[in-house]
Design a protein around this ligand. Structure first.
Ligand code: FE2
Ligand code: FE2
Length: 368
């Protein structure tokens, strides 16, 4: 597995990122240092057992040891960020877990001691002052994004907003580094389409972020890229209008069945054209993927799509490109085959073909 990365993303605000190329876990650390040098040490969404060794190393470097962690903030209950809690709480005997009541109700099932939990709802105000160091911080609900009791955390000193799964993404950016570019959007959109229940709750969370004063300079999600500057506004604007979860299911109802029929028809024709390309593509469609199933395949048939139909067609197009990259003639023929089948079912490709791409198809289609 690729190595972990460690970065400072704001004043005394650090990111430890797991090494998977397609879907990262981001674990964050914050060191509050008071004017007299006294510190409060915090970890956010502390990952899984796989991450424990790295957390020990980073805590040593930042806090002088894992035993010195004071606060463990947990955005929601999922195991990709909570399955380490018992180990970290034992190693850091003074630490307190901060989370919503909804989150606690589930994470206490790990056998965590109640006396070391503090519910965010119990604070009298949502902006808090850390007495020992003088810093102010704020907890912001992200209701139903993607969990009823999901919480975000804003550090006024660094102006970093830790958003948990909200604004997270799978990795669609090429190149090194941790900061989002335009290329990150597809992964963010896909992640929200799959995990967020409906657009209205996404909008509510965006509205709550919009009320933060001063507005955050850095968005730090639990997966994917760290978002800075203008891209924060750009991505929040796009998310306002993105159909997700149940919105997609409802919208896709009349058409999805037809797209599934067309995909199966295409696969059958592809098998007759080239069994090897057919096998490669079908195997890939069958794979559960790094983070979720996109196609449900039973036997040799696609029986359901777990993503928007246009994204499914785009994915098939990408698979064709991947498995025909060594042979441009095959690439043209297989793409032509897909376009021909989609035409028969009166389904449009969800993107425009480049002129140099569409010309050979026309020729191929006329020979077929
Ligand atoms: Fe989650
Ligand atoms: Fe997550």
């Amino acid at each position: 597995m690729a190595a972990y990365g460690f970065y400072e993303i704001g004043k005394e605000f650090y990111l430890l990122r797991s090494g998977e190329p397609e879907f990262h876990r981001n674990i964050y650390f914050k060191r509050f240092v008071g004017p007299d040098g006294r510190t409060v040490n915090m970890i956010m969404d502390p990952g899984t057992k796989l991450d424990l060794n790295e957390i020990v190393k980073v805590s040593k470097q930042l806090f002088g040891g894992i035993a010195n962690i004071d606060i463990i903030f947990v955005s929601h209950q999922d195991p990709d960020l909570t399955s380490n809690l018992d180990a970290i709480m034992s190693a850091a005997p003074r630490s307190l877990v901060l989370a919503s009541m909804d989150t606690w109700r589930l994470i206490r099932m790990y056998g965590l001691p109640e006396r070391r939990f503090k519910a965010i709802e119990d604070f009298r105000t949502d902006t808090l002052r850390i007495k020992k160091t003088g810093h102010t911080v704020k907890f912001i609900p992200a209701h139903y994004c993607h969990f009823r009791g999901a919480m975000m955390f804003y550090d006024f000193e660094s102006r970093v907003l830790f958003t948990g799964d909200f604004l997270g993404g799978t990795n669609t950016r090429t190149g090194e580094g941790i900061f989002a570019t335009e290329e990150s959007w597809d992964g963010i959109a896909l992640f929200h389409q799959i995990y967020m229940p409906t657009k209205s709750v996404v909008r509510e969370t965006i509205d709550r972020i919009g009320l933060l004063d001063p507005f955050p300079e850095v968005i730090a999600p639990q997966h994917g890229d760290v978002i800075k500057g203008k891209l924060i506004f750009e991505f929040l604007n796009r998310l306002m209008d993105l159909d997700v979860g149940i919105d997609l299911l409802e919208k896709a109802k009349p058409e999805k069945e037809v797209v599934i029929l067309a995909i199966n028809d295409f696969l059958e024709k592809l098998k007759a054209f080239s069994t090897s390309i057919y096998q490669l593509i079908l195997n890939d469609m069958r794979k559960p993927g790094q983070f979720t199933t996109t196609f449900v395949v039973s036997g040799d048939m696609v029986t359901d799509l777990k993503i928007d139909i246009n994204d499914a067609l785009r994915l098939i197009w990408n698979l064709i490109e991947r498995y025909t990259s060594a042979n441009p003639t095959d690439a043209g023929r297989v793409k032509g085959l897909l376009i021909q089948v989609l035409n028969e079912y009166k389904i449009k490709l969800p993107f425009r073909l480049k002129p140099e791409e569409s010309k050979p198809f026309k020729e191929i289609l006329s020979d077929m």
